[in-house]
Write a new protein. Structure first.
Length: 396
């Protein structure tokens, strides 16, 4: 009331005495506008928030709680985002070991190149061992020539012709045996290397075929979340336009929806979490298969890690020796398919839960009872493979 009275009195004074110096005081409407402006969302702060999220997904090297790892990783309808359950399974299921891309790369640099280098070191060791064995056999044969000659000469000096003949025959047989062993070692090592390369190559092709078949569904799920984000922003703006303070509401809806990546469901949060983050959780975890859509980064990291495991000859208990007759690596799933990456319906979740049973049936048909038992038990587990992913990788 005091401010209002002052404003009215000032206006009246100016009207009655025009020659007096003008006094510029805000009107009631101006004061209300300035007070209202303070409730408007700050676009600069929103952009800084988004910058911080991007920095987190590139530089953060500490894997902590879900809230610290994955900001804005939810939707408008489920703003909580990635929770403890999914967060705990991400390292084992996708290979993401830190929120930051750089630290994840440092933790596991060039997995495929590492696997191939490991393979070729093994091939070199095997071939080198066979070559050294062959060289030793040749050396034995060469050394046996003068040694046999001396022995035969002594036999002849002793006028023991039958013994001389026997010594020659024994030397020849020993040379043939040594040469045969050397040739067999060389042939076997070459065959083992070739069969291992073929075996791993076939397994890698099968693995990539499986990964490629998942891409359309994953892309559709991510597109669905993007459409949901745009729709959510539009609905927020539409609702704000009919609210008590439409200007402020529309402004805030646009700033939060288009600029702030810490707001779950916003367009930048959705785009960043579906690319550089770990993905988006769009509902609470009520089944063994959480409602979670993996990101491009998670898909790529999991696929590269899985492919490296398939190629690595030190994995799955089948190293540098001929593979089994079926020439197939069983139970080598893409780790992220333990999650309902298909998004937003109950049917895919049921299919994902049923998938381990189907794999068990295939394994049983192939005669791999241990794999079938493992897969059958995982279908009923509360946490399919997240807790034992590292062990599963070593078994594949």
């Amino acid at each position: 009331m005091i401010a209002g009275a002052t404003a009215v009195a000032s206006v009246g004074a100016i009207a009655l005495t025009p020659i007096a110096p003008a006094v510029s005081l805000p009107s009631l409407s101006q004061i209300k506008s300035e007070v209202a402006l303070s409730a408007f969302a700050d676009p600069v702060s929103a952009l800084l928030n988004t910058t911080a999220v991007v920095g987190n997904y590139f530089l953060n090297g500490v894997y902590g709680t879900a809230a610290a790892n994955w900001p804005g990783s939810g939707t408008f309808l489920y703003p909580d985002g990635i929770g403890a359950y999914v967060n705990g399974g991400i390292p084992g299921n996708t290979g993401i070991t830190a929120p930051g891309i750089i630290q994840t790369a440092v933790n596991n640099p060039l997995p495929i190149a590492t696997a191939l280098l490991t393979n070729w070191l093994g091939y070199g060791y095997l071939a080198g061992s066979a070559a050294l064995g062959a060289a030793g056999a040749v050396a034995d044969i060469l050394w046996s020539i003068p040694a046999t000659a001396v022995t035969v000469g002594l036999d002849l000096l002793a006028l023991n012709a039958p013994q001389a003949i026997a010594d020659v025959q024994a030397a020849v047989q020993a040379a043939i045996s040594s040469a045969s062993d050397a040739v067999n070692a060389l042939v076997n090592s070459a065959a083992t290397i070739v069969s291992t390369i073929a075996y791993r190559g076939t397994a890698a092709l099968n693995f990539m075929q499986e990964a490629i078949t998942q891409l359309p569904t994953l892309i559709a799920s991510q597109a669905q979340l993007l459409v949901g984000s745009v729709t959510g922003v539009f609905n927020s703006v539409l609702a704000a336009s009919s609210a008590a303070n439409p200007v402020e509401g529309v402004w805030n809806a646009l700033v939060n929806g288009l600029l702030d990546a810490t707001v779950s469901g916003s367009l930048p949060a959705t785009v960043i979490n579906l690319t550089a983050g770990a993905g988006i959780q769009y509902g609470p975890v009520t089944t063994a298969v959480p409602p979670y859509v993996v990101s491009v980064r998670a898909f790529g990291t999991a696929t590269l890690g899985g492919l490296a495991n398939v190629l690595d000859t030190t994995r799955s208990g089948r190293g540098l020796y001929p593979p089994e007759e079926d020439n197939v690596i069983t139970d080598n799933d893409i780790y992220w398919n333990n999650y309902d990456y298909r998004c937003c319906s109950s049917a895919p979740a049921a299919a994902a839960v049923a998938a381990p049973a189907a794999r068990a049936a295939r394994a049983a048909a192939a005669g791999d009872t241990s794999s079938a038992t493992d897969q059958g038990s995982s279908a009923a587990a509360n946490r399919p493979k997240a807790a034992r992913a590292h062990a599963a990788r070593a078994d594949r």
